[in-house]
Ligand binder design. Structure first.
Ligand code: HEM
Length: 1403
């Protein structure tokens, strides 16, 4: 019998079961008296256990002592338990610790034997020779023991770590180039940027408000940083766990790669129970781990797919390891994913552990820490500096410290190998199955290999001449941290570079010591060695985020054009402004005063022309660094935001150059800088010196009043602040203070009651997971630059997040608006230019370091963007602001016309994400117009990412009698439109610029629905001006109608109280029947949109090879279903009881349809048959219809494919009194029942995608009556010639219309204008219905219990939704007149009765 271990035990297990049963059958049949109750089962069980007992005695007691071929090796005697060997020492001490002892105490020549649980033998290798044999020369004779791997294999897959033999050789060969230094060096900046993020986040999260000393558990931070680094560097996926460790993705990965206690127990169970049983136990951990690993693998597959798509587009891939492996073309997707999982497992906790131990050792050895910090600061003066491989690898002491930490606390303390054949080590016979212990923890501290000081932490051993790579040890194998040979760590260079960056950032930023210096550090066992209770350190910041110059020199920000001559770009002045770095600047509106703040906690006020200091403002509190400052000219008040998260302000009685009136000279302070005479700093803050403008002395010192202090205004550093006007609804120009912090929170404060109530919080916005570093404002948008490189844009009126833009890889330190465009300056020195539609125009490298300041200016006609970086340079960029020129100019005096021109110019396509900015701007434009006409307005946000709803309320004029309320519904969004391309004439002109032509206005949205909205608004405006508005009017204008009014109904319901009670509802969103006779619409059909999908759940098949008559095919099933829905004629709707709820045709109704036909026949000779025309109107307006819009199979199929899936989309137009809900449900039931009847094995899915109820207005209501009268008045029905001008007017613009016929959706098939004469012209508007549907109308009617009316301003040929959408100018103006009359008169009669009502309409 070979090695006795769990593997051989379990292989015997099946044999024993078989032999026990066989022996038991034999015994029961031959010697039944010796069996247990003559039962085969009982006897077999007894025999099984008897065998097991014998085996146990043999394996545990006899084999190791008397039979094992290894029994001659030197064997550990210490603590030898008769059954458990040295197991108690192994389990009770940190991994590797007992081996370290045995290696030095058991005399040996390279191999030492010891016993584990149940006396299982282990061979510990102690000499370089033995190690070289196992790791190098006989590498493939020793493999990782299978019993350890099975559990993780199902999670990781078989990547490099778990592969063996040829598979391993192939993978290793394929991956080695990706880990070559030429690639790793490209990852140094990634390592650095994450290291920097780590320390900055620690500073923000841990130090806030507790400065200077605070306790931080560095192990947790190390884990988060290491996960982020292996994510970005290994596979190009930023887990962002530093910013937010609790995202779903992070939690998933952590649960896969940081095994819980339950997982460890499960691992242990595998010693006793076969792995396949353990893996399938129905316990939570098994389910969780499989779900999490599936998600992790799916995410990884997605990443691979993305990379492949990038490759196909010939784009350069990110330089991460997996991308390089992918480019080599040697790996399948599956293998790449296996290796992604492997890198995460192998490269995450290992590096985290090494950083934790580095922090621990540096806190134990302050002299090493100080020396290292000096080296780091010499090479990297500021955290914000960029680094490369030469810079990091050029720090010998950093290298020495990292190597020594890796030697002293090897993150992988022990690992095992199993002999896969009978072999030998150093001449000793080693049978197949022997388990070999490789122990870096012991070898790395072997006195024999390292000398007598092996147990001491001494980085200098790596500093002596020629020892940088060996640490002075005599053999390569003395440093076993990454093992050696073909199975050694492939990620060694990756790991050491990463560790160097992390340590440099940590030591460069903080001074640290152990929080509990006497605490015994208990080392946690497991694969990596880490402190069990974490590593708690006290941190103190030694480097601040600043301008990097460290000199406190004022690099001009908004004052650039004062301090630099823009003609010559010569520097005119340089002021030593602060003791340390300058962090914020602000120029007063009149440009006379310049405010600066900085690390020295002081706000200085300068005369911007003489650059003399006027004041220095000090806080009575320890506020830390002051990051930002803002001055309100109106309030004569300066605000500042500080590191301790407070806001302070100071009101100047008269901030003049000639001398301030305040006397608040500070008395005594404990502040760390104020009383110091630091190099190049302010000698004293109170001096009244008279030195010239070069130095920051002089002026008056003022102590800010404790009352002007808002403690804990934020929960983190306040990085940026600005003042913005026009945000308050009272219409005053009172400013709002906007502040932003390191945790991504933006706060809006009123500055109205500073004297009494202080700052009052108005609103909060949150940019999750990142710091907001900079703010800019241009009404109504707030631009926030984030530490993750994104710019977030908010509409401050609706308080919505409008857009998230990826500007750069590093944080956005500056955001600057120029005209309608804006620029993002980055931490990494780049500037990115966006236009007003948020399109990225270009990006360029402006500076070598961080961009600290930006400003805009003009020299002559040239627009300049000025940037200042911490590379000590200021750069001037000439900016062509193309999008500015593209914007239309107002060139007409007619207000309505000019507003419409502007309104149309917003590309308000709700379905197009690129237009989101335009949509918000349009909403704001409309809101301002309403405000200007006296409305109370608000923008309602249905939800993030949806356009806001405008709610504007106009109060009836004072002498209005009954003050009823009318709700006007419209929408400012439009369907998209493309300009003509390649000569294919579509639009005459740019669809988003209004063009007059032949009496029409062309432009997208002009008739649907922007023109009617403005007509209504201008009607109100005139009435308000004249004091004649007869009713209250609520404008409810949505921005998503063309995209399905997402969130509209919910938003209306939620804001019902704000909207108030409503008496009438009015829409102007439909069309006449021709271009001549005005109409009033009183009915619309409803609609149910649905899709039906039939799937086989199998792959596509071949009709020749697989097709059978008795087989159900998805497309066949679907067509049968559709046929059964519309019957053999195709004109019947077969849903049971479908027609029952259609209102029967009343004689009066029929008369009304006939009346319409008769009226039109007079001017439309093309109506050949009046009855047929009447029928056609009825079919479209009052009868339901079912349309099948499309039938699709997933991809292009060949002529012989049997598709696995087929989908149809259809809609049912419904009519009064059908209900959308009921029809939707009976449609679904019908299809499902019919499908059931087919007895098909395929499956069906019916989805209702949209629905709207039909609508029938109350034509006898007051609103219709007033509209009818107003239309008659406005259109002067007696003067028909007046209206017949289609084509009769000259174009009013030089644009010549190409010869295109106006075509498109028409309300009827009638020719545009008709041939009416004065006598034949109808004398009334026609009361019509429409075949289309508008969901909002019946919803609003129901919701407000008020009658709705529809007044179409547009004509039949308006081409809504199509190319060359237009509106007749006359209709726009007359539409406004009609509405003016309506709004003035509505509610005028207390007792409404149908006056002067013509009898033709009796529906
Ligand atoms: C300080 C950090 C690290 C240490 C101490 C370390 C240590 C080790 C050790 C001891 C092994 C051999 C394990 C065994 O055979 O039982 C190993 C293998 C491996 N390590 Fe690392 N590792 C570190 C970081 C990394 C990183 C960052 C990566 C990936 C980017 C990585 C990828 C791997 C892989 C793929 C293997 C398997 C190699 C093979 O079997 O061919 N390691 N590592």
């Amino acid at each position: 019998m070979g090695m006795v271990g769990p593997t051989s035990f379990w292989s015997s297990y099946t044999f024993w079961t078989g032999s026990s049963i066989a022996a038991s059958i034999l015994a029961v049949n031959t010697v039944p008296q010796y069996t247990i109750g003559q039962s085969i089962a009982k006897t077999a069980t007894a025999i099984f256990f008897a065998q097991w007992l014998v085996y146990l005695i043999y394996a545990v007691l006899l084999y190791p002592r008397y039979f094992s071929p290894l029994r001659h090796l030197p064997t550990v005697k210490e603590g030898n338990h008769p059954i458990m060997g040295q197991w108690f020492a192994i389990a009770g001490e940190p991994s590797g610790e007992p081996m370290r002892r045995w290696l030095n105490t058991v005399p040996n020549d390279g191999l030492v034997r010891y016993f584990g649980m149940f006396n299982r033998e282990r061979v510990l290798l102690t000499s370089p020779k033995a190690l070289a044999e196992v790791l190098n020369t006989k590498n493939y004779e020793f493999q990782r023991p299978q019993f350890l791997l099975r559990g993780i294999m199902r999670i990781l897959g078989v990547g490099l770590l778990l592969s063996e033999g040829d598979d391993h050789k192939y993978q290793r060969k394929g991956l080695t180039p990706a880990f070559a230094f030429r690639h790793i060096k490209e990852l140094y900046p990634v390592f650095w940027s994450k290291s920097r993020e780590m320390v900055k986040t620690i500073e923000e999260v841990e130090l806030v408000q507790k400065k200077p000393n605070v306790e931080a558990e560095i192990g947790g931070w190390a884990s988060r940083a290491a996960l982020d680094i292996i994510g970005v560097g290994g596979m190009g996926q930023d887990f962002n766990s530093l910013a937010d460790p609790n995202t779903e993705l992070n939690k998933t990965y952590r649960s896969v790669f940081s095994p819980s206690r339950q997982a460890q127990i499960l691992g242990l169970l595998q010693f006793f129970i076969p792995a396949w049983i353990v893996e399938n136990l129905p316990i939570k951990r098994n389910g969780d781990i499989m779900a999490a690993s599936k998600l992790a693998r799916d995410t990884s597959f997605q990443l691979v797919r993305q990379k492949k798509e990038q490759m196909a587009r010939k784009e350069q891939l990110h330089p991460d390891i997996i991308s390089i492996a992918l480019e080599s073309g040697q790996f399948t997707d599956e293998k790449l994913v296996d290796n992604m999982m492997t890198f995460l497992a192998a490269g995450h906790e290992t590096t985290a552990s090494s950083l934790t131990w580095a922090a621990y050792m540096l806190s134990k050895h302050p002299e090493v820490q100080t020396r290292l910090r000096q080296e780091v600061h010499e090479h990297i003066p500021s955290l914000n500096n960029e680094i490369n491989d030469t810079l990091i690898d050029g720090m010998p002491y950093l290298h020495a410290v990292c190597q020594e930490v890796l030697r002293f606390y090897s993150p992988v303390p022990v690992t095992l190998r199993e002999a896969v054949i009978n072999t030998s080590i150093q001449g000793h016979y080693v049978p197949k199955g022997s388990v070999i212990m490789l122990c870096p923890w012991a070898i790395n501290r072997s006195e024999e290999l390292w000398g007598p000081d092996a147990g001491e932490f001494n980085p200098d051993r790596w500093m002596k001449p020629g020892t940088a790579n060996s640490g002075g040890a005599t053999s390569n194998y003395a440093f076993l941290t990454f093992l050696h040979g073909p199975r050694g760590c492939i990620g060694q260079k990756f790991a050491t570079a990463e560790m160097a960056c992390l340590v440099a950032a940590l030591v460069g930023k903080f001074e640290f010591e152990q929080t509990y210096p006497d605490e015994e550090i208990i080392i946690k066992g497991g694969i990596t060695a880490r402190p069990k209770n974490g590593m708690r350190l006290n941190l103190k910041v030694v480097e601040c985020v600043g301008d990097g110059s460290g000199e406190g020199v004022l690099i001009q920000k908004s004052a650039l054009d004062q301090a630099w001559s823009l003609e010559t770009y010569d520097q005119l002045a340089r002021i030593r402004a602060h003791h340390q770095s300058v962090l914020g600047l602000n120029l007063s509106q009149d440009r006379n005063l310049l405010f600066s703040c900085g690390v020295d906690s002081v706000v200085n006020v300068w005369d911007s022309s003489s650059l003399r200091r006027l004041y220095s403002l000090h806080s009575p509190f320890e506020v830390g660094d002051i990051f930002c400052v803002a001055y309100s000219q109106r309030l004569k008040t300066v605000f500042s935001g500080a590191q301790n998260s407070s806001i302070q302000w100071h009101h100047f009685v008269s901030p003049t150059i000639d001398g301030p009136a305040e006397n608040g000279v500070p008395t005594s302070r404990k502040h760390r800088f104020f009383d110091s005479l630091g190099p190049g700093g302010v000698p004293t803050a109170h001096s009244n010196g008279t030195e010239g403008p070069i130095r920051a002395i002089g002026g008056q010192a003022i102590t800010i009043s404790p009352a002007c202090y808002k403690a804990y205004a934020h929960k983190s550093y306040i990085y940026s602040m600005i003042l913005a006007k026009g945000l308050l609804e009272d219409g005053t120009d009172q400013e709002v203070l906007i502040t932003a912090d390191g945790k991504g929170t933006i706060k809006l404060w009123t500055t109205g009651a500073l004297g009494d109530a202080g700052l009052q919080l108005l609103h909060k916005l949150k940019s999750k997971g990142s710091s907001v570093l900079n703010l800019a404002y241009k009404a109504p948008f707030l631009y926030a630059g984030l530490s993750n490189g994104q710019a977030h844009i908010y509409n401050l009126i609706s308080q919505q997040l409008v857009q998230k833009l990826d500007a750069c890889d590093t944080g956005i330190t500056q955001i600057q608006i120029l005209g309608s465009d804006f620029f993002c300056g980055a931490n990494g020195g780049s500037v990115t230019h966006f236009d007003h539609r948020y399109a990225k125009l270009k990006s360029w490298q402006a500076h070598k370091g961080k961009i600290l300041a930006t400003a805009t200016s003009k020299v002559g006609s040239r627009k300049l963007l000025v940037t200042g970086g911490n590379d000590n340079s200021i750069a001037f960029w000439s900016v062509t602001n193309e999008s500015d020129q593209a914007r239309p100019q107002t060139n007409t005096n007619d207000e309505l016309f000019s507003s419409l021109r502007q309104f149309v110019s917003f590309r308000t396509v709700a379905k197009n994400p690129a237009c989101v900015g335009d949509c918000h701007e349009a909403a704001d434009f409309l809101r301002k117009l309403c405000n200007a006409f006296g409305a109370q307005t608000s923008l309602i946000s249905p939800q993030d990412n949806l356009n806001p709803l405008l709610l504007a309320t106009f109060e009836a004029s004072i002498h209005a009698k009954r003050r009823k309320t009318l709700l006007f519904y419209g929408h400012y969004d439009v369907v998209d439109a493309q300009e003509s391309k390649d000569g294919a004439a579509t639009w005459y002109t740019d669809p988003f610029s209004l063009h007059p032509l032949n009496g029409y206005l062309y432009g997208r949205g002009v008739t649907d629905n922007k023109g009617p909205i403005l007509a209504a608004l201008y009607a109100i405006a005139e009435l308000v001006q004249d004091g004649d508005l007869g009713c209250n009017i609520v404008f409810l204008i949505e921005g998503d109608e063309e995209a399905g009014s997402r969130g509209f109904m919910k938003a209306v319901q939620e804001h019902k109280a704000e909207i108030g009670a409503v008496d009438y509802i009015l829409l102007s969103n439909s069309y006449w029947l021709d271009d001549h006779v005005p109409c009033l619409t009183f009915g619309m059909r409803g609609v149910v949109h649905a899709s039906v999908e039939v799937t086989s759940g199998k792959p596509d098949q071949h009709s020749g090879m697989d097709g059978k008559a008795f087989q159900h095919e998805p497309l066949k099933d679907l067509t049968v279903l559709l046929a059964s829905l519309i019957g053999p004629s195709g004109m019947d709707i077969r849903i049971p009881a479908f027609h029952d709820s259609v209102d029967p045709l009343q004689p009066s109704e029929l008369r009304a349809y006939k009346g319409i036909a008769t009226s039109l026949v007079a001017g439309h000779p093309e109506i050949k048959n009046e009855d047929a025309f009447t029928q056609s109107l009825m079919q479209r307006w009052r009868e339901p219809n079912l349309t099948v819009h499309s039938i699709t199979v997933p991809e292009t199929k060949t002529a012989v494919t049997i598709s696995s899936r087929a989908k149809a989309t259809l809609s049912v137009r419904i009519v009064p009194s059908q209900k959308a809900d009921e029809i939707a449900s009976s449609l679904r039931t019908f299809l499902e029942e019919r499908f059931e009847y087919l007895q098909s094995r395929n499956s069906i899915k019916v989805s209702i995608t949209a629905k709207a109820d039909p609508w029938l207005g109350r034509v006898h209501s007051e609103i219709y009556e007033e509209l009818r009268e107003a239309i008659i008045e406005a259109w002067s029905f007696d003067a028909s010639s007046h209206r017949d001008f289609a084509g009769s007017q000259e174009p009013s613009s030089p644009i010549i219309a190409p010869n295109i016929r106006v075509r498109g959706r028409r309300a009827s098939a009638l020719s545009s204008a008709g041939t009416f004469t004065a006598a034949s012209t109808p004398h009334e508007p026609l009361f019509i219905r429409e075949g289309g549907s508008i969901p909002a109308i019946s919803f609003l009617e129901r919701e407000f219990d008020a009658p709705a009316a529809m007044f179409p301003m547009g004509q039949a040929s308006d081409n809504a939704h199509l190319d060359n959408e237009r509106m007749r100018v006359e209709n726009l103006y007359k539409g406004r007149d009609v509405l003016k009359m309506l709004f003035a008169r509505l509610g005028r009669s207390t007792n409404f009765s149908i006056r002067n009502r013509a009898s033709t309409i009796t529906i």
